[in-house]
Structures are given as C-alpha cells and as structure tokens.
Write a protein that binds this ligand. Structure first.
Ligand SMILES: [Fe+2]
Length: 388
C-alpha cells in the first residue's frame, strides 16, 4: 500500500570552482540587504571570509558583521550570540561559510534573529509558520549536506545533548559549492566528512521512510562516493574527484532531508554529545556494524546498491549485500591507512564506562524510530562492544 510521501528540495544549488571570489551574480539577488557572515577561525585564517565579504560588497550586499568564532561543536550560547550580533547590526540576511556546525549555527540563529527568545523554545518539528531571512550556505567540507536540509543540530553542553531543529524555513535558499574552498581540508577531515555523506545516503536509502525520490538522490550519491572517495580525499587528491564528492554530499543531503537517517546517526549523535567524537568520524566507525545488525531487513536494498555501484553482478541478494558490506569495510580500512581516520572507539577516547550513557542518549535520538530494525539498549551495547 502506498504510504504518505513528500519531497521538498527548495535550495538553488550552484557549483563552480572559484565561485567564492567571482559569484557576484549569485549574490546580486540580495543587493541592498545587510548580511551577517558566520564562519570559523580556520576560514578566517585562510582569508575565505575576507574574500566572501568582498564578493558580497561587489554584489551590492552590505556586510554588517563577520563572526568567525563558531566552534566545531556549536552550542546554544554561540547561536544566541550570533543572533544578538545580527540584530545589533540590523542584519536581514545570513551567509554561512564553513562545515556543518557553522551552517547549523546560522540556521538556528536565523530563527532567533527573526523571532527572538531562547532557542530551546523552538526545539521540535515544523513549528514555524512563516519564512525567515534568506540564508546562503557555502559548505567547506564534503559531508554535511546541511546546505540543503531543513535540519539544524545544536549542542546543549550543560545537558550533554544534541538538540535537533527541523523547520522547512531554515533550509538555505542558495547553496554555493566552490570545490576550491575544500582544497585546504586536511585529508583526515575530508575522509571523515565524505563518510558522513556516505552514511547520509546509505541510511536514507535503507531507513523506514525512504521513498522513490529520495532513493534517486541517495543512489547517485552512493555510486559517486564509492567510486571517488579514495582519489578525492587522499593528500594528493584529484580535483575532479573532490568536486564530485562535494556534489555527492549535497545530493546525500537532499536524500536524507526527504527520508530520514537511522541508527548510525543515533549513535553518532550520542557519541558526539557524551564523548565529543567528531560527527563524521563517529558515523564512519559505526556504519558497517549497524548495517550488519540491520542486514535481515535491508538485504535486498544493500544488494541493489552493490549492483548500482557495479560491485556485484547477477548473484543473489545475500551475495550482493555481503559484497557491499565488504566494500564499505575496505573503504574504511583504506581511509584509515591513507588519512589516519579512526576505525575504533578506543582510538577516539571513548571509555567503556560511558557506554550506558551513550546508549541512553542514542535511544532518545530522533533517528532511532526510522532504523529499519528495532533498536534496543542491548543491541546498541552489543554494537558498541564490536566497534570498541
Ligand atoms: Fe550526518
């Protein structure tokens, strides 16, 4: 029986090398507005924010303030600060240049900039009824997908939790993909974020809410990432492969924004909240173990992916799904050797005493209910033991 489905991909996406320095025509729609630029210290030190401010000015957009203090794991305080600065300078648009943490900060700050109050009041799902200020997102990693999703994840460090905000009106209006901005990404970070994108696509394709339209984006992203992840992330990466990974990350974002994610993200969010494991690293460590746990429910779909990626011929679903899992393990090992991407929890400082708390947090995470096989505390402990 056909269930309810909807598909929403409202972001204009433009990809071109050098876009940051020469993208006046993309910004000219916003001429006359006053922008707050939101970024981090790395982008400031690489003069990326300076280039962006110049391009905005050349397009007729006034730059009210440039905020470059977003940390790796942005929290409620940072969001409040950004909204306050934006309000003080009269900002009526936001431009985020950075990774997931920066873009999510801009999305959440946009809510407060428009409506005021405390961010916690807005925690939940589709509470807003009118558009916010225009947000332009310029991703600097190759994994977040946040440039096209209606989701922001913000840490509440006091409660050791990650809070989710799902609002169609926080989706960026414009995503500028400039492959050249990603060239300075350290290879380990490139690998971790590419694994985040791969996880978005695989969880989108195998979770309970997948639909034919999200599948289309997920499959293309998976084909691309499997083919390009090594040549696009190693130290002497191939720029073509890097650009393909960047676009695949955006496609994976559209995929999961219109289906959901699942157990890998539940655990990754919990590992981030409790043990500060970077998001992409956590996904990479958890991915194969969670897929093996889910296997009885997703064998046919994993087999489809193996065939779509030309990993497997006409073998049965059992063989093809095993081939897919083997390929994922192989990628994980290759990235570990090539870039030092961790493959075990103990490598990233997680302690076994933290397992019960990690499991509790994971079971509270919004993604749990979309996992194709029911998750239990015991099952999650078991998975954590396997990847310790
Ligand atoms: Fe993710």
């Amino acid at each position: 029986m056909m269930n309810f489905m909807q598909f929403h991909a409202p972001t204009k996406i433009v990809q071109s090398p050098g876009l940051l320095a020469s993208g006046e025509s993309e910004f000219s729609t916003y001429a006359g507005r006053r922008a707050i630029i939101i970024s981090d210290q790395v982008m400031a030190s690489l003069n990326v924010t300076e280039t962006l401010a110049r391009t905005l000015a050349e397009s007729g957009v006034k730059v009210g303030i440039v905020y470059t203090e977003v940390p790796q794991d942005s929290d409620l305080h940072v969001v409040s600060r950004v909204a306050e600065l934006g309000r003080n300078c009269g900002a009526d648009m936001l431009v985020a240049v950075g990774g997931g943490s920066v873009i999510d900060t801009a999305k959440a700050a946009n809510i407060l900039l428009k409506h005021g109050g405390e961010l916690k009041e807005y925690q939940g799902y589709q509470l807003l009824t009118e558009p916010l200020f225009p947000l332009v997102a310029i991703p600097t990693t190759i994994g977040t997908g946040s440039e096209v999703t209606p989701i922001a994840v913000i840490a509440d460090h006091e409660e050791m939790r990650k809070l989710s905000f799902v609002e169609r009106f926080i989706t960026p209006e414009l995503a500028l993909l400039d492959p050249e901005i990603t060239y300075t990404l350290p290879s380990k970070m490139a690998a971790a974020t590419a694994m985040d994108a791969l996880t978005h696509a695989i969880e989108s394709y195998t979770c309970l809410e997948h639909n034919p339209m999200s599948d289309m984006y997920a499959v293309n992203a998976i084909q691309t990432i499997l083919a390009e992840v090594i040549s696009g992330t190693r130290t002497d990466f191939d720029p073509e492969a890097r650009a393909k990974l960047q676009l695949a990350s955006t496609m994976a974002g559209i995929a999961f924004a219109n289906s959901m994610v699942g157990g890998v993200h539940s655990l990754a969010h919990a590992l981030g909240g409790v043990a500060k494991v970077p998001h992409g690293v956590a996904n990479s460590i958890v991915l194969v173990a969670m897929l093996r746990y889910n296997l009885e429910e997703i064998e046919a779909r994993l087999a489809n992916l193996a065939r779509a990626a030309s990993l497997s011929g006409s073998g049965d679903d059992g063989d093809a799904s095993r081939t897919m899992l083997e390929r994922l393990s192989l990628i994980q090992e290759s990235l570990h050797e090539m870039t030092g991407l961790p493959t075990r929890l103990k490598e990233v400082g997680v302690r076994k005493e933290q397992f019960p708390e990690i499991v509790d947090r994971a079971m509270e995470d919004g993604s749990v209910i979309y996992n194709p096989k029911e998750l239990t505390n015991d099952a999650l402990i078991n998975i954590l033991e396997q990847i310790y």
